[in-house]
Design a protein around this ligand. Structure first.
Ligand code: ARG
Length: 461
């Protein structure tokens, strides 16, 4: 009820405008399950230190079970007068077990150490969900790569034709950042698993409670080393918001490829009907809305991260109410990613590639000019000169409307005596791609190894 957490010192309850400003139940209610788990663990710590006898502990745990049942069934919701989830649940527990027993639970804990712990439990749970969704996306990309074997496409830098590459190589280039995201989540989890519970408001508990017991009950690795850091820091929250923002950015880069590939000018992909949208006015349209929403939502994920960092900047130690502003942005990032990834993965899994079109464009734009230079180097021509000769050949072909393999033997010789007819052997897309057999290169054998190694790395996580 109103003012119930700090009634003693106050002659009146909060003004209605303060109550409205202060309220967080509309977003922190989703932490109710974690709050109750924390209360169970805390009750056991109180019992272990002799503040609750065996009967009291049993009654408290039964009361918490009933409280949870009411929350899960929707029978209990936050009341208008409740400020936050912690206060609301304590008030409701008291209606179940009575104020003598219910009023004992708050000993040795504060909403400051509670909330710092609960946000970690929430993020740890959702990190598992997000991990599985990222694995699904990696799998969808890897399956497309595998399906397209040795299919070629124009590789681009500056969005200009550069050198031919395998479609599988290009697709896997989008998968590796996602693998790093999975590894980042693993690494983050180590830091996120520290338990602030027991830090109290800021200075720690004077009641001889065992925070290690609470941590173990909650499945966390152990208590925090510094009670002020435990209650005042939110870098673990910001780091998770970063992981999700980077994930959004990586998905957005793949989305941008899909959007461009889906244009008439590129014509590299067709979208499945179930994963594209039409126009209300133009009957011919088939739009890549999922990819565009992915691109758009990455901006929102970046905004959540920067907003959170701005909240944290220059906050004095220890707890400040500003920290209540950590939850909405990171909840939104979690919900955004969990909404986006299933649709995005479906779009990728059902993409249809026009590999004939890609193969046709792969050698265009003199994309084999580097192969001429490399062939000359293998004939022991210095690279500087090889680059000059290859450039001169491009200019000659451009002026005469020829492709690189079309000049006659005599025409090659006019450009340079080093250009013997054998140069034609490297002037195919297949030859070019196969020649890039160095580590991490686009040669079919290397790409097959890459795919196997990516799959192994994801399975090993
Ligand atoms: N609702 C607060 C938060 O989200 C936790 C409560 C701490 N409030 C306080 N006045 N110390 O951070």
């Amino acid at each position: 009820g109103e003012g119930s957490l700090w009634g003693g010192r106050f002659a009146s309850g909060p003004s209605p405008e303060l109550a409205r400003l202060s309220k967080s139940t509309h977003f922190d209610w989703q932490l109710a399950g974690y709050d109750i788990a924390g209360s169970r663990a805390h009750a056991k710590a109180l019992a272990a230190a002799d503040y609750l006898d065996a009967d009291q502990l049993a009654a408290m745990l039964a009361g918490l079970d009933e409280l949870e049942r009411r929350v899960v069934s929707g029978e209990l919701v936050a009341a208008e007068a409740d400020e936050d989830v912690h206060g609301a649940l304590e008030a409701a527990l008291i209606t179940i077990v009575g104020s003598d027993l219910g009023g004992r639970l708050r000993a040795g804990r504060s909403r400051n150490d509670q909330i710092a712990t609960l946000i970690r439990l929430y993020l740890l749970d959702h990190s598992g969900v997000i991990e599985a969704l990222v694995v699904d996306l990696v799998d969808a990309i890897a399956a497309q790569a595998e399906r397209h074997g040795d299919a070629v496409m124009p590789g681009r830098t500056h969005l200009q034709h550069a050198q031919p590459v395998l479609l599988a190589h290009h697709l896997l280039a989008h998968a590796w950042p996602l693998v790093r995201t999975l590894e980042r989540i693993r690494d983050w989890r180590v830091r996120a698993s520290t338990s602030p519970y027991g830090a109290g408001a800021l200075a720690g508990s004077s009641l001889g409670l065992d925070p290690g017991l609470v941590a173990a009950e909650l499945g966390l690795s152990g208590p925090a080393e510094n009670s002020m850091d435990a209650t005042a820091s939110r870098d673990v929250v910001a780091e998770f918001a970063f992981v999700l923002a980077q994930l959004g950015i990586d998905v957005s880069r793949l989305a941008e490829d899909v959007i461009v590939w889906n244009t008439r000018e590129f014509g590299f992909v067709r979208l499945d009907d179930g994963y594209s949208t039409g126009s209300s006015i133009m009957p011919q349209k088939k739009n890549p809305d999922i990819a565009e929403l992915a691109r758009g939502k990455s901006g929102r994920l970046i905004g959540n991260l920067t907003g959170l960092l701005a909240t944290l900047k220059a906050l004095p130690l220890a707890y400040n109410r500003d920290l209540q502003e950590d939850k909405e942005p990171v909840f939104d990032s979690v919900e955004t990613i969990e909404l986006l990834l299933p649709a995005f993965t479906g779009m990728i899994a059902t993409l249809h590639f026009d590999t004939d079109r890609m193969a046709e464009l792969a050698p265009q734009g003199f994309s084999l000019a580097t192969d001429v230079a490399d062939w000359l180097v293998r004939q022991r021509v210095p690279f500087r000169e090889a680059h000059e000769i290859s450039g001169a050949l491009v200019r000659y072909c451009e002026e005469n409307g020829l492709d690189l393999d079309e000049p006659t033997d005599e025409q090659y010789a006019t450009v340079s005596p080093h250009l013997t007819p054998e140069v034609r052997s490297v002037l195919t897309v297949e030859g070019s791609v196969a020649s890039r057999s160095g580590a991490g290169g686009t040669a079919p054998a290397r790409v097959a190894e890459q795919l196997a190694s990516l799959t192994a790395r994801v399975r090993a996580l």
